[in-house]
Design a binder for this molecule. Structure first.
Ligand SMILES: [Zn+2]
Length: 268
């Protein structure tokens, strides 16, 4: 571990904001960019609900509500990976966020579980090669299969981390992602039914950007008629989106404040 020490010291002197800034020219518009990723689309329908509704449509509606609420706060710019019914591979989504130099990446999904139609609620996931529990592993496996057979194998990209610097960056980013997930779960706790263990982690391919705090929100279960009633209600979407937007804004303010505190550091 000895040769790693100078690198670790160097990295610990950098905040996430420093790392993302280093990769891009100074933007004319200084507001941070949030990328919202409605899961699935086009030939990839996602889960099918007990009423016949498709996940790809439910999550697009929700993503639009969240974008609107975030824009109303006026503290960030927001783009969607897709704003219509088109197919995007999981790698395309990560590549898009990296290209846009996103400050936060939020992937929106809706789960389904055939074994139990009474399971309901919202779960916020972060990326981790070691799943927090068997249920998280199941969800990640299902979501990772989303574009199987619909995308060419060679479209796989460099989201894997293959050097020490990248590995350390990924670890720091994942720590941020967990903070974001906890903030979001606590914000929505009184307006939605949360899964009994609402913050979990697993190896989602779409959460592999090494330098962008990323979470995947399963906004409910399409196997539950009660959840479908909520997810298709404009009122529920708006109330939930409002809370999530407030949580995202709070997270950004806090991480910026922390990075400002640690700014006067000497770089090698
Ligand atoms: Zn999904």
């Amino acid at each position: 571990m000895k040769p790693l020490l100078p690198l670790i010291l160097f990295l610990s002197s950098l905040s996430f904001a420093d790392l993302s800034k280093a990769a891009s020219p100074p933007a004319a518009d200084a507001m941070p960019l949030i990328v919202i990723d409605p899961g699935h689309g086009g030939a990839d329908l996602g889960a099918t609900g007990v009423t016949g509704i498709f996940e790809k449509d439910v999550v697009l509606d929700f993503a639009r509500s969240l974008k609107k609420r975030l824009e109303m706060l006026g503290t960030s710019r927001v783009v969607l990976t897709r704003d219509r019914d088109i197919f995007l591979s999981l790698e395309d989504r990560v590549r898009f966020a990296k290209k846009q130099n996103a400050s936060i990446f939020l992937s929106i999904h809706a789960d389904t579980i055939t074994a139990a139609t009474d399971i309901r609620g919202v779960t916020v996931y972060t990326g981790d090669d070691r799943p927090s529990d068997a249920e998280a592993a199941r969800v990640a496996e299902a979501e990772n299969r989303a574009d199987a057979g619909l995308t060419a194998p060679e479209s796989k990209i460099d989201t894997s981390v293959n050097d020490i610097l990248g590995d350390l960056m990924l670890r720091e980013t994942r720590a941020h992602s967990i903070l974001l997930a906890q903030e979001l779960a606590s914000r929505i706790a009184d307006v939605v039914q949360l899964n009994r263990n609402p913050v979990r982690a697993a190896g989602f391919r779409v959460l592999r950007a090494p330098d962008i705090p990323s979470v995947l929100i399963e906004i409910g279960y399409l196997s539950s008629k009660s959840d479908i009633d909520l997810l298709t209600s404009a009122d529920w979407r708006d109330r939930t989106a409002e809370r999530l937007a407030a949580g995202i804004s709070e997270f950004m303010t806090r991480t910026r404040a922390n990075s400002a505190k640690s700014t006067p550091k000497v770089k090698p």
